[in-house]
Design a protein around this ligand. Structure first.
Ligand code: M6R
Length: 608
């Protein structure tokens, strides 16, 4: 939530800040602002609304001189989106300007304290206390000041701070919110995420919690909370700028949907060797796997739905009970955990606040931790005992698509790996599933080649008021994801139901013309699904069914059928989700929605 960027160097800062913010707009987009030092002043310009408004106001940055500054794109937490609540926030004297991502939990107490010291507050934000507190503690040394500030604030933060008295310095610090440092030639950067600075440098520092960085144009120093200098390794980014560009597609979402064959291949191929699974990144011995009595899969949103697929697959192949929990519940419900528990965290960003807190809670209670993460070096990855990276590349659209597909692939790999270690699947069975797994990228590509059919259905039903997604077993897990995709980007109300559960209440909502998307890819549940389709048809529903090629019997019951290439039914979710993503996408486009930046949302939820 919220994106921050900072620049110090020889070039004009404002255009670089605005370009950086464009790459971070997925993190929040209700207002934006920049603060640039020039001529003994820190000039702040902010605007409510999309970044474009600020960009126009500043003529792409051209009319704001200065070579050092900070910028922010906001997802409101404290205080409605407005000019005054936008960042950067300044101290009353105008000496200090701050951008912040996160939440200062004790801001009310600090606000009272600072009002008592004569400070005047102009905004409703939690961030403004940081500007005044920094001003209050400022003694001519920005590192001393930051140390004092972070000793007082509670909560999560990535902060970028500039000071009128220090035209050659920019300081930053993080705790539980992402922040990286970009290292250039005679210029340096801070940013919430790599794409913001990738066109300028590939060399970055990944900051740890409470590491304070002092940037000058030709020098970067990092300190700990005791003001001791720390040496860090430079991390080199190995993907290129085009991975975070639209590349001719109308939206990032459709680009990312179309990248899925490659993403699945990139995630799976390096882990297959001689007909078996090799997960060098995971250090679980046979004894470790044998000792695991219980698995929790913990995640949020789409990642938790990938976890649902993981549950079915792991329980089938490894025969260990698996519970899937949304992280915001898991962290507060005192789950029963011990050293025989494996907790699998799934997260695209690796920064989701609830998932990170769940990880820390599980670790505290002695569980072993395995995380499935997309962003290399993110907090969840760094704090886990074992990490299996999904190689999906940067995912920019708020709606997750390719990350989900990569997470499914990771779930299959983990299940096969653990099943082999535990001896619950034979080498032959694993080899068979691997053969099927290898065919998935081509089969996904095949579905994508026929996307016009789904576009047609979307054009017919984009005005639907309610859509129900039904499925059994693995199809139910995918139905959850299909339904989330549709509601988050097209604002169509939709629900996913285990098809057998519908008649215990929800079927009352089915009326003449209600759209039902029925997933029927699971061979052993196919007849049951046919009965469920009949039930909703009898109440007037229009049914679009998704089934594997050859199961033509379904045509007698459903109004329309989308056939998927035949595949081992355990792997079917990797195919079934594709038409559902496309359907959500085309409905949102037909409704004129802002597909990549749906209302009220942000890409990574780094606050509770
Ligand atoms: O970065 P994460 O995978 O931890 O994010 C989890 C959810 O916030 C995310 O999947 C969210 O549900 C997406 N908007 C879904 O498209």
């Amino acid at each position: 939530m919220c994106g921050i960027v900072g620049y110090i160097g020889d070039r004009q800062a404002a255009p670089i800040l605005l370009e950086g913010l464009k790459k971070l707009e997925y993190r929040g987009y209700d207002s934006a602002g920049v603060a640039v030092y020039n001529d003994n002043q820190v000039n702040v310009v902010k605007a409510k609304g999309r970044l474009k408004i600020l960009d126009d106001k500043l003529d792409g940055g051209k009319n704001l001189p200065g070579t050092m500054g900070i910028g922010h794109t906001r997802w409101a937490t404290h205080g409605a989106p407005s000019d005054v609540n936008s960042h950067p926030h300044t101290s009353s004297s105008g000496n200090i300007a701050v951008v912040h991502n996160g939440i200062i939990e004790n801001y009310l107490k600090l606000r009272e304290y600072l009002i008592g010291k004569g400070y005047e507050f102009v905004s409703d934000t939690d961030t403004e206390v940081v500007a005044h507190l920094a001003d209050y503690y400022y003694n001519g040394d920005l590192i001393d000041t930051i140390i004092k500030v972070i000793n007082r604030v509670e909560g999560s933060y990535a902060l970028g701070i500039v000071c009128k008295d220090k035209p050659d310095e920019l300081v930053a610090v993080r705790k539980d919110s992402p922040l990286i440092v970009g290292l250039g030639e005679n210029e340096n950067f801070i940013a919430s995420d790599i794409p913001a600075i990738l066109e300028h440098t590939r060399n970055i520092y990944l900051l740890e919690d409470k590491e304070i960085v002092l940037l000058k144009k030709d020098e970067v120093k990092i300190f700990n909370i005791d003001k001791e200098e720390i040496k860090k390794e430079v991390f080199t980014v190995n993907w290129d700028v085009s991975a975070a560009e639209k590349g001719g597609y109308e939206h990032f979402m459709i680009k990312e949907i179309c990248e899925q064959p490659k993403v699945i291949k990139d995630t799976v191929s390096p882990r297959l060797k001689d007909g078996t699974i090799v997960l060098d990144d995971i250090k679980l011995t046979k004894e470790d796997v044998d000792s695991i009595k219980k698995i929790y899969i913990v995640a949020c949103g789409t990642a938790s739905y990938a976890g649902m697929v993981g549950k079915y697959v792991i329980e089938k192949l490894v025969r260990i009970p698996v519970e899937v929990d949304v992280a915001s519940e898991f962290r507060y419900r005192n789950p029963i955990i011990d050293q025989d528990t494996l907790v699998i965290l799934i997260s695209q960003s690796g920064e989701t606040a609830d998932t990170l807190a769940a990880l820390r809670e599980a670790k505290k209670q002695g569980a072993r931790i395995l995380s499935v993460v997309n962003v290399v070096g993110s907090s969840i990855a760094r704090e886990s005992d074992n990490v299996l990276y999904t190689w999906a590349g940067p995912e920019i659209a708020v709606a997750s698509t390719k990350a989900y597909s990569a997470q499914l692939a990771a779930m299959y790999l983990i299940a096969l790996y653990m099943g082999l270690k535990k001896g619950t699947v034979s080498e032959q069975e694993v080899e068979n599933i691997i053969e099927h797994l290898k065919t998935i990228p081509d089969k996904v590509a095949n579905i994508l080649n026929h996307k016009e059919k789904i576009q047609y259905y979307a054009s017919q039903y984009f005005n639907a008021k309610d859509v129900f997604f039904l499925g059994r077993g693995l199809d139910y897990a995918v139905a959850l994801e299909g339904s989330l995709k549709l509601k988050e980007i097209s604002y169509v109300h939709s629900e996913a139901y285990a098809a057998g559960e519908l008649k215990h209440g929800t079927i009352a909502l089915i009326e003449q013309g209600t759209l039902v998307i029925a997933l029927a890819t699971q061979e052993h549940l196919f007849d049951k699904m046919l009965s469920n389709i009949k039930e909703v048809k009898a109440r007037g529903a229009v049914v679009i069914a998704v089934a594997q090629e050859g199961n033509t019997e379904i045509e007698k019951e459903a109004d329309f059928v989308l056939y998927l290439p035949q595949v081992d039914q355990l792997l079917a979710p990797s195919l079934t989700v594709i038409p559902l993503q496309l359907f959500a996408y085309y409905v949102a486009v037909a409704k004129g929605c802002d597909v990549d930046k749906p209302r009220n949302l942000a890409k990574s939820v780094t606050v509770e």
